[in-house]
Design a protein around this ligand. Structure first.
Ligand SMILES: NC(=O)c1ccc[n+]([C@@H]2O[C@H](COP(=O)([O-])OP(=O)(O)OC[C@H]3O[C@@H](n4cnc5c(N)ncnc54)[C@H](OP(=O)(O)O)[C@@H]3O)[C@@H](O)[C@H]2O)c1
Length: 246
């Protein structure tokens, strides 16, 4: 019987996805990461070293998801875990959310996530695990996040349905809900450096753990959810926020 599990992490080149890839490799998993920027993918692969495979694949494009699944099937045959992690955040008030921001955020965070899951199902082992990277924004309001919040609520909302429909294939679906986590996502959000600094300081000062969540805090939670330790969990949501939203 195969003991080394193969896990795919979408958006594994930086931030949370990268920290999870690093941790799973240390724990002896076979890890596959994706990203859409070649420079970031190359940098991640060289930092991660042996045991990792990377694919350039834009999750918002169905043709690229299909290509990704075909390439992974050729090389690995089947996978044991899928971390739906690729995501973007563009800060904009509700009144200033343009159609472009709406479409881009929906295409990556919800449509891309939806079809990535759908296309991977045929190559998922029985049993296997899908983990959705959502956010605390789904249950705690943050200004300037309306479309981002909607995409995270949308992907979380299908977890129950998937758990019903995919149960006969031995596929389980659970959710990680990170609080504000220090990662490159903030720099790409359109927020000013000062606004980012204030936000990170605010969450450090008001958190029971006295600091901001680090991507490395999320990695062991993902490992638990893709391992056989979580075989009976269904539609579980693990909030990883240092207690800021309690
Ligand atoms: N940081 C937080 O505070 C926080 C809190 C809650 C939830 N999250 C969620 O955590 C996930 C990871 O975010 P992060 O904070 O680690 O940010 P990050 O460092 O910006 O990582 C995002 C990853 O997704 C990839 N990605 C973005 N668009 C993609 C696309 N169209 N196709 C393929 N890959 C794409 C990026 O690759 P490229 O560089 O190539 O674009 C990168 O690898 C996101 O879903 C985010 O919503 C983050």
């Amino acid at each position: 019987m195969k003991t080394k599990k193969t896990i795919v992490i979408t958006g594994g080149t930086t931030g949370i996805g990268f920290a999870c890839a690093e941790y799973l490799l240390e724990e002896g998993y076979e890890v596959i990461i994706t990203g859409r920027t070649k420079e970031n993918l190359d940098a991640a692969l060289s930092k991660l070293g042996n045991g990792v495979t990377g694919f350039l694949s834009d999750t918002s494009k169905l043709s690229e998801i299909n290509q990704l699944v075909n390439s992974i099937e050729k090389k690995f045959n089947r996978i044991d875990g899928l971390f739906i992690n690729a995501g973007i955040f563009k800060a904009a008030s509700f009144e200033n959310t343009s159609e472009e921001i709406f479409d881009e955020t929906m295409d990556v965070n919800f449509k891309g996530a939806f079809f990535t899951i759908q296309k991977f199902i045929p190559i998922m082992n029985n049993p296997s695990s899908i983990v959705l990277n959502s956010s605390v924004v789904v249950f705690k309001a943050f200004a300037d996040t309306s479309i981002y919040t909607a995409t995270k609520a949308a992907i979380e909302s299908i977890a129950k349905v998937l758990n019903l429909e995919l149960a006969p294939k031995g596929i389980r679906v659970n959710v990680i809900s990170p609080g504000v986590t220090e990662s490159p996502i903030q720099q790409k959000s359109g927020m000013s450096d000062d606004a980012i600094k204030n936000m990170l300081e605010h969450f450090s000062n008001t958190s029971p753990i006295g600091r901001i969540v680090n991507p490395k805090d999320i990695a062991p939670i993902l490992e638990f959810l893709v391992s056989d330790k979580s075989l009976v969990l269904r539609n579980e949501k693990i909030i990883v926020d240092g207690g800021t939203t309690m």
